[in-house]
Ligand binder design. Structure first.
Ligand code: SAH
Ligand code: SF4
Ligand code: F3S
Length: 470
């Protein structure tokens, strides 16, 4: 086991190489005012990786720009979770052809989950010849060397994935926000849900050591961060991949001891191993936000089995009931997939019934998208698109009613909201999120951004609460 771990935590030599090429790039870029643009698709894990890519670029002498047209280096961090995510990324990469034509010296790199798949790497190679380099999710620490080799040797470079997955500590992070932060606590996934591409593109689970995470969170708390989300594809299996003597609940308990006015969150918990110990830890520690995201995926035991989720609706409900018993008022959210192969009308009704039984505050719903190389893509009885979208709309209608009713219970309450600034859709209104992660619109001002504001809720809809500052 120890030997295995040694192989996976990056050795000082490898990190030394990362630093060496960062320094070489910095010297090449010195005084040239170079700019980097990073575009991110996909989940929070990808957002967190992009913050590292931006941080590493800054160490190499780039400043960050929000305009790809003025960038000397463009990085597209892709996602492969559904076909739509891949299409969006490919379409943007297609548009960058014009940028390359106008400014041939602009370097374009494509990274992330999509290009780990061989067929997509090949596609980029042949259909997007102006892409300078690609690298996979396990190769973030190789990025400076790749960039250096590309800059000095000029050849197109392909590094879709390392054979060895690892944990790289000490990479600079350029955080997008100065009050909300992502902290990756583990990488990869061992679950192989039959529909999901993640284990193939992110490799096996590997956890960071607790002391590294504690140091990162302590530093964030000291710098005034208010909302810190721990990331992993299945945080409940944190540390199980190693000889560590602690588990995820122990980590949460340890982090809760850190001083400061902040809340801790985590994503994502797999229902098969969301432990009572974790729920008890949450109940005992007010620093852990009273919000639990527990992806159910389906309310049919047959479909759950075919999905290889390894829990049934009974087990799922037991966890929900325990959560509500121990943490009254907790917000519970979930992910649902509609139209998994073989899903009958009865299976789908099972999902609707679970929605009515659990009463989720919010659901993230997805139409099943076959992923090349996953078992579900090969299953018989794929559901026609028309049936999928019809079910999807019915699901949303049922959930809207539930969320609307639940949100009415918030009217009249005064809630503490972390303000995110002016709302994207209405410039007169400010938005923020409650401890339960519900969106609140209110009459704020610019100085509220990044602060906790008390808002009295006077109106509620299915997706948001509305109120006035008190
Ligand atoms: N690790 C997390 C989920 C990561 S992916 C977990 O296990 O909960 C986020 C969500 O995308 C999943 O929960 C699932 O609902 C959805 N998803 C994954 N693969 C999909 C596919 N092939 N088609 C549609 N939705 C999918
Ligand atoms: Fe995908 Fe399942 Fe792993 Fe989540 S737990 S990332 S859904 S394989
Ligand atoms: Fe997408 Fe990769 Fe995340 S496939 S959802 S970016 S882990």
């Amino acid at each position: 086991m120890t030997q295995e771990r040694k192989n996976r935590i990056l050795s000082p030599r490898e990190m030394g190489e990362c630093r060496e090429y960062t320094e070489k790039m910095r010297q090449l870029n010195e005084g040239k005012g170079k700019k980097v643009f990073v575009l991110t698709f996909g989940c929070q894990q990808n957002e967190a990786d992009s913050e590292k890519l931006a941080g590493m670029s800054m160490d190499m002498g780039y400043t960050v720009t929000k305009d790809p047209h003025e960038a000397d280096l463009i990085l597209v961090n892709t996602c492969a979770i559904r076909e739509h995510a891949e299409k969006k990324a490919l379409s943007i990469i297609g548009q960058y052809k014009h940028i390359k034509a106008a400014r041939p010296e602009t370097m374009i790199g494509v990274c992330g989950c999509m290009v780990v798949q061989e067929h997509r790497a090949e596609e980029i190679k042949f259909r997007y010849p102006y892409v300078d380099f690609i690298f996979g999710t396990s190769s973030l620490h190789r990025f400076p060397k790749l960039l250096y080799d590309k800059t000095t040797k000029g050849k197109r470079l392909y590094c879709p994935q390392e054979s060895e997955f690892c944990v790289a500590e000490g990479l600079r992070i350029n955080r997008e926000s100065n009050y909300r932060a992502w902290v990756s606590i583990m990488y990869g996934c061992n679950n192989f849900c039959s529909y999901c591409i993640v284990p193939y593109v992110r490799g096996r689970e590997r956890s960071r050591e607790m002391h590294e995470i504690v140091a990162e969170v302590r530093d964030l708390a000291q710098r005034g961060y208010k909302d810190i989300t721990l990331l992993g594809q299945n945080v409940n299996s944190y540390a199980k991949d190693s000889e560590f003597t602690y588990d995820f609940a122990d980590l949460m308990a340890e982090l809760s001891k850190i001083e400061g006015d902040f809340l801790l969150r985590f994503m994502t918990s797999h229902p098969k191993d969301a432990s009572k110990k974790l729920i008890d830890t949450m109940a005992q520690n007010p620093k852990i936000a009273r919000h639990f995201h527990l992806p159910m995926q389906s309310g049919s035991d047959e479909i759950l089995a075919k999905m290889n989720r390894r829990y049934d609706t009974k087990k799922y409900l037991e966890t929900v009931d325990y959560l509500r018993e121990k943490i009254p008022g907790i917000t519970i959210t979930t992910d649902i997939i509609v139209g998994f192969p073989g899903e009958t009308e009865e299976d789908f009704e099972g999902t609707l019934n679970m929605l009515r039984r659990v009463k989720f505050d919010m659901i993230y719903s997805f139409i099943y998208s076959p992923r090349k190389g996953t078992p579900a893509a090969e299953m018989e009885c794929q559901i026609p698109d028309s049936v999928k979208s019809e079910r999807f709309n019915r699901l949303l209608a049922v959930q809207n009613e539930i969320a609307f009713e639940l949100n009415q219970q918030e009217v009249g309450k005064t809630l503490r909201v972390l303000c995110d600034g002016i709302s994207k859709n209405n410039e007169k209104v400010y938005s923020g999120r409650t401890e339960g992660n519900k969106i609140v619109f209110f009459d704020g001002d610019e100085s509220d951004t990044g602060k906790y504001i008390n808002v009295k809720i006077d109106r509620a809809e299915a997706f948001a609460l509305y109120g006035q500052k008190v």
